[in-house]
Design a protein around this ligand. Structure first.
Ligand SMILES: NC(=O)c1ccc[n+]([C@@H]2O[C@H](COP(=O)([O-])OP(=O)(O)OC[C@H]3O[C@@H](n4cnc5c(N)ncnc54)[C@H](O)[C@@H]3O)[C@@H](O)[C@H]2O)c1
Length: 338
């Protein structure tokens, strides 16, 4: 690839789900065009509404917002024609991601940078064994949730063009992200690795009977001043998801202790999946409507939810599933990464 130019053209995002629509907002914040691609028309329409709301809520934005176009994967080649960057944001399935990266490498113009937002698989794992037309332009660009979390981690691989990594880091900064460069192939991103170590040691501490979940969360919050402790946070993510992630680390690295996974497996076999089924380290079925109303009022006060738009959602949600209502409110509170 010859000299790296200032990027011209659009950003294409494949997958208009939780992360894709948020990325559409960020990448259109500087006035550039974003093309959102999804198999489901409903997801595209919901994504447009979501971006409209984020724009309406943005109080300190200067300049024009960029256009957001939508399209189906069937017209991918023409959508990619003017793209300087394409980010895949499809579900976390390695085969799906591998197929998509091959397709993007075939269809995208030579100069288009190809990035993956995968949480579990670094780009070096996704492209392993592939013979791509141009592997120098592929990288990971992993961001977080909720949308207020500005961190994004950029990770190349052994053959990445460092000028393209620098370009993406610089452009991320211009579009409201706080970019971090993962400088080596890494199983897990910088934050995820640290969070994985906290989860692992928490589970080990529990398995040894040193402290209870309540005590661990209380001391963690007291010292670090975080809104949630590790057990509460694992409950939000889902203990089955936590186990999958820990299994992935254990398969890819040596020296990962077995006790935390054994402990998790026992909890899962005992029917404890976390907030999603009402039982994890804590019992969420016990929390009653009064507790939820208090939580909702606090959330309005903290402007995590808008009363007019969200009150009906809250009630319908509660009648359907109280634990999920907690989860919905909690997800608006803090970073829920894996
Ligand atoms: N949700 C999070 O908080 C979070 C945080 C960081 C990273 N991620 C990563 O982002 C990626 C997407 O996660 P998500 O939570 O946004 O998923 P999601 O399920 O909310 O959205 C995925 C979207 O991709 C669409 N899709 C599926 N196959 C497609 C295809 N072949 N072509 C076009 N569209 C297709 C689906 O219709 C759906 O709208 C995953 O790799 C995940 O690990 C998610």
């Amino acid at each position: 690839m010859e000299g790296v130019q200032k990027p011209q053209g659009s950003v294409v995002i494949i997958g208009a789900g939780t992360q894709g629509r948020r990325l559409a907002h960020m990448w259109s914040s500087g006035g550039g065009t974003v093309c959102l691609v999804d198999l489901q028309e409903q997801q595209l329409q919901d994504a447009l509404k979501y971006v409209e709301q984020l724009r309406a809520d943005a109080t300190d934005h200067e300049g024009d917002w960029g256009k957001i176009e939508t399209s189906q994967p069937s017209s991918l080649q023409s959508t990619l024609k003017d793209a300087w960057l394409v980010v895949e944001c499809v579900p976390e399935n390695l085969n799906l991601k591998r197929k998509l990266i091959i397709q993007l490498d075939e269809l995208a113009p030579e100069g288009t940078i190809i990035a993956s937002n995968s949480s579990s698989y670094g780009i070096f794992e996704i492209i392993e064994g592939m013979s791509l037309k141009n592997n120098k332009r592929v990288m990971s660009a992993h961001c977080y949730w909720p949308p207020e979390t500005s961190a994004i981690e950029i990770m190349g691989h052994k053959d990445s063009d460092p000028r393209l990594i620098d370009l993406v880091l610089e452009q991320c900064k211009k579009h409201g992200f706080s970019p971090f460069h993962v400088k080596k192939d890494s199983i897990g991103y910088i934050y995820n690795r640290i969070w994985a170590a906290i989860k692992r040691e928490t589970l080990l501490t529990l398995s040894e009977g040193v402290a209870t979940p309540k005590e661990i969360d209380a001391i963690f919050k007291d010292v670090l001043k975080t809104p949630k402790g590790p057990c509460e946070q694992m409950d939000v993510v889902g203990l089955d998801v936590v186990l999958d992630i820990e299994n992935h680390y254990a398969e890819s690295r040596s020296g990962i202790p077995t006790e935390p996974r054994d402990y998790l497996r026992e909890m899962i076999q005992g029917g404890n999946l976390g907030v999603k089924n009402g039982r994890g380290f804590y019992d969420y079925e016990e929390q009653n409507i009064i507790g939820l109303v208090v939580e909702f009022v606090v959330a309005i006060d903290e402007a995590r939810v808008r009363f007019t738009d969200d009150a009906h959602l809250f009630l319908v949600f509660y009648m359907w599933n109280p634990p999920r209502t907690h989860r919905w409110l909690g997800s608006r509170k803090q970073s829920v990464d894996y």
